[in-house]
Design a protein around this ligand. Structure first.
Ligand code: AKG
Ligand code: FE2
Length: 661
């Protein structure tokens, strides 16, 4: 029927070339899978999508001398990179008798390659996956062994915010030799044959940025990203039985369409398709990733964009934006250029223009989780929190275990919907994705503290306090948490009838107060001046409370504590008074207490109302003196003053603010 035909056509355009097998039971499942393919829409909308692409040199008249100079710089860089490639990697036509491998083809989605876009045509079935292995599994495993002998595992390899094991092949001499043979034997001719639109001759391929990468459960995945070359290769070296998870993830295809390859298989594709190494949960997965240049074609779009990013990194936003605009003049559908430009516009404060630019990127590539994330950040900055929440939600639907995204989503859920449980769930998911994510620890700790789950709150706040980026907020929350615990322990203290009971309760509460003291003290040493001042005043009031509380069981310790308080603030009369009382009780020797107090200096004489005979205070400290006045005089009728309001603070760490590209 027509609708079946359309379904199949949709699937085919998405690279699913074999129609779903339709027995009664599986048919509905296939349709459900197809429903997931709503990302298909832009392919239809942007059919014939390379319209507007312009030959770079033809723009010199319009864009002027600086642009012409930038193109010349691109050409010089390109020539240098090609030369460098041939110094390390095979440059030649490949063996003439190497047979062409059979591949299956998958659509790269709605947006053609960023460079030479007009040369490609829909359905853009440009992701090639081998149907037969390029080398045997045995040879692949020997290559890994060779690289291991060359210490490939000794290095950490960053991919955005994630890390993998692995190393560049230029550092692994033997492995590089093996790879070069492979280029010569099969890869060069096969890759060249896959892209007749742009590869004039197999000898124009120039490999660069070639690395062996290792995934395992501690280094599980890459960011979703684009590769830095017109053509990219992923070569699988481990059998699928060696690991769980893994595979190459293409964002426009979704998690249910991973490209999974056994050892010896490979995929090659345009570098600009958004993809990543999918999460490995067990075992080890080795691959080689390689990018290719074409010696007779300069990738002006990619090079302008990269140079713009370099200017951006140096803080020159205006020049960066000019480069992104130039790249967009050549190819208006360069989505990474649009995202980079949006970021530059945000820095310039032109938020509406930035939003328009981001929405153009999303119109071309609605499944771009980074563009959705950036839109969320942008809308949040514009104060449209509900729309920001929606953008984060959409981003999470595409990229469900991105730590920063889940974290921002958690914040926004709480802010917009007041949903504390959902908020905690998102922070917890962010920490599953990245257990060392300090902001998520900080806010999850605060969220648990708000919910009254003290143990979990303490665990996460302690973890966050180790990281300088959030330590100030985390320590503040942690100190308040300890005070809150002490305060809870002291509830009903005023009604206790025996000294023993009072000692039990106060000793238990003092564990928390002593933790709070250490925490405020730590905070004082690391915080900026205004927070340090606040921490000092908190510490002071805490010491006064502790002094009174500890005095019930242990007056000499109370004296030490109160002395610390007077040292912190010698102008506080009440502290001197409490110290005088405590001193006067040491060994029931009022005289000693008086002497001690005088020794402490002129302040005491000035501030303590000596009209009251110290001897009268003697009775105060001996619990129980059962009159309410007695307890009041200790300041223990009500909970400790330093912890009356608990507003756990998340605002300081805020949303992750960077727009991504
Ligand atoms: O591990 C994969 O499958 C993808 C790795 C990757 O991003 C690449 O080879 O460029
Ligand atoms: Fe990649």
């Amino acid at each position: 029927t027509t609708s079946e035909f359309e379904d199949r056509l949709d699937l085919w355009r998405r690279g699913v070339h074999e129609p779903p097998k339709c027995s009664d039971l599986t048919c509905s499942a296939d349709l459900a899978a197809r429903a997931q393919f709503a990302r298909m829409l832009p392919v239809l909308r942007h059919r014939g999508g390379s319209t507007g692409v312009v030959e770079p040199r033809s723009l010199i008249g319009k864009l002027g001398e600086e642009y012409a100079a930038a193109l010349a710089l691109n050409e010089a860089e390109h020539a240098r990179d090609c030369e460098k490639s041939c110094a390390s990697f095979y440059c030649g036509e490949g063996l003439p008798d190497s047979t062409l491998l059979e591949t299956r083809e998958i659509s790269m989605g709605s947006v053609p390659p960023e460079d030479f876009a007009s040369m490609f045509h829909y359905p853009l079935d440009l992701i090639k996956v081998t149907r037969e292995p390029v080398v045997s599994a045995g040879e692949a495993s020997r290559a890994v062994a060779l690289a291991k002998a060359e210490n490939v595992d000794g290095n950490v390899f960053p991919s955005g915010k994630y890390k993998l094991g692995g190393d560049w092949l230029v550092h692994l001499h033997g492995t590089r030799q093996w790879f070069n043979h492979l280029l010569e034997r099969t890869l060069v001719r096969n890759i060249a044959a896959s892209f007749p639109e742009i590869v004039t001759n197999a000898s124009t391929l120039r490999a660069h940025s070639v690395a062996m990468l290792k995934y395992n459960s501690s280094h599980p995945r890459t960011d979703v990203h684009v590769d830095n070359g017109i053509i990219a290769l992923t070569f699988a070296l481990s059998n699928r039985s060696n690991y769980k998870g893994g595979g190459t993830y293409f964002e426009h295809l979704g998690e249910s369409n991973l490209v999974e390859m056994d050892a010896g298989h490979a995929t090659w594709r345009p570098g600009s398709v958004r993809h990543g190494g999918h999460r490995v949960t067990r075992g080890e997965r080795y691959i080689i990733g390689a990018f290719f240049l074409l010696s007779d074609r300069v990738e002006h779009v990619r090079r302008l964009k990269n140079r713009g990013s370099n200017f951006r990194a140096e803080g020159d936003v205006a020049t960066a934006a000019t480069h992104f605009k130039w790249a967009l003049e050549i190819n208006p559908k360069c989505t990474t250029c649009l995202k980079d430009l949006a970021e530059a516009l945000v820095v310039n404060g032109t938020l509406d223009a930035a939003e328009g630019t981001l929405r153009m990127a999303l119109d071309l590539l609605p499944s771009d989780s980074d563009a959705l994330f950036s839109l969320g950040v942008l809308l949040s900055q514009k104060g449209d929190h509900r729309a920001a929440l929606e953008a984060y939600r959409q981003s999470a639907a595409v990229n469900p275990d991105d730590a920063e995204l889940l974290y921002n989503l958690g914040l926004k859920l709480q802010q917009v919907e007041g949903s504390q449980e959902e908020e905690r769930r998102m922070y917890a998911r962010a920490l599953e994705a990245d257990p060392s994510f300090a902001k998520a620890h900080c806010n999850l700790g605060a969220a648990y503290a708000e919910a009254g789950d003290d143990d979990k709150a303490e665990h996460h706040l302690v973890a966050a306090s180790q990281d300088p980026s959030v330590a100030v907020t985390a320590l503040q929350n942690l100190a308040m948490l300890y005070e809150k615990r002490a305060q809870r322990g002291l509830a009903g203290f005023g009604a206790l009838k025996t000294r023993e009971a009072a000692i039990d309760v106060s000793t238990a509460a003092d564990v928390h107060l002593s933790n709070a003291q250490k925490t405020w003290d730590h905070l004082r040493t690391i915080a900026p001046p205004d927070v340090a001042r606040m921490a000092t005043s908190k510490l002071l009031s805490l010491l006064k409370t502790r002094g009174r509380l500890v005095a019930i069981a242990d007056i000499p310790s109370a004296i030490t504590i109160l002395e610390q308080a007077t040292a912190l603030d010698p102008s506080d009369a009440a502290t001197w008074q409490a110290l005088a009382r405590a001193c006067s009780l040491v060994g029931d020797n009022v005289q000693l207490g008086m002497t001690r107090l005088k020794d402490l200096g002129g302040f005491a004489v000035k501030l303590v109302p000596w009209g009251l005979p110290a001897v009268l205070f003697a009775g105060w400290m001996v619990y129980p003196a059962l009159t309410p006045g007695f307890k009041q005089s200790l300041g223990l009728e009500s909970p400790p003053p330093s912890g009356k309001t608990f507003e756990f603070d998340k605002a300081d760490v805020g949303e992750v603010p960077e727009l991504k590209s």
